[in-house]
Design a protein around this ligand. Sequence first.
Ligand SMILES: [Zn+2]
Length: 388
Amino acid sequence: MMIQFQTQVEFYENYIPVQVQIFISRGLFSLTTTSELNEIRSNLTLKLPVILKRKKIAYSQFKIRISTNLPIQIAKCVNLYTLESPIIKSIVDNLSSDPHGQSYYKPAIVSLSTQDSTIEGNIQEHSPDLNLQYALSTLNLLQNFELISIFLVDSQHLSLALSKSFKSVYHSQTFIFNFYKYPDLINHLLFFLKFYGSNEMKYSFIGIENLTKFKQETLYQIVKNNLKNCLFFIKPCRCGNFLNNCKQCVCHSLIRSRNMDNLSGELISAIDFTVNLFESNTQKGLVVSDFFFTTLADNIQDLNKITHKDLESIYICSFLQSYLEDLYSTFDVPKPLIKSLVTFSSILAYLRGRNELLFGDIFDVINLQSNWYKYAKDSKFIQHRPLA
Ligand SMILES: [Zn+2]
């Protein structure tokens, strides 16, 4: 008899599906497993006879072999013990005894799983105290236009709430990795992405500043070809307002930039923009950003409606074209960054109701990001930023 079913195991608060196969044949009792299940084999060997005996099933007449499709490296970092009870339950359910105490097993293949399960992140929790709608549409907009950004938040709670809501509203295939809770999961991430990673998935990394520089570099190496699918959250300083264009950082100047100083250079230079997400001073619970200026917080619909087609129709005059070329040739600003700058400022122009990109739009973006550029990138071109 073969029993086959699908269940899931926990991987750092995310869930990955596991296909379990159990072969039962007649013979002297033995329980074998494939090597990925080594950790729980002895437990099963002890528990199963006891439970079968209690159900009056003559366990001694069965040879049981259990296997799964779990890659061995992943098996090392998931909680395999969650597999014990579904395995035991399926065996007990499928073996039963007749009134004379004669054990028998049901014929044919039994499959307990009917639904397809896919890899899932954790169950969403809503934060009733926060209105995240505007912040979420900002996250979604940046992701849609592949504007690689780092999100500066003032609390771990907010980044977790944003990640979970982003998953439930925009992209169910979002995996959340919380480095506050699991600073050591980085090695396991490699295995995870090797086996399960795909372009369909999004990843939310919370608390990058909690990783050592070396681990940040490892993370960067893991995700560098897929940055557009990553959400990075970091608390920039103790108060969380460092680099915020709308709020004042109140941290002592000696420790203010410590978290930012600890960021890996490679990671910093790969990220084009920063966006601060924080609770509004005027509207309690409303999470706003310093992105596109906060006055647009009312304009949630507009942020969600912007498409690539909208931006394609935005005209760039030849004067501006030559300015952008100059950024590349004179100031060595990398072409992908110039492209992102243009996208970012085109969104601003569009939101301002124009179908032409103006110098002012680019100026505003550079101005809004100048703290970050000064901090993170070669600041030459900031000093030569255009006049409004
Ligand atoms: Zn601060």
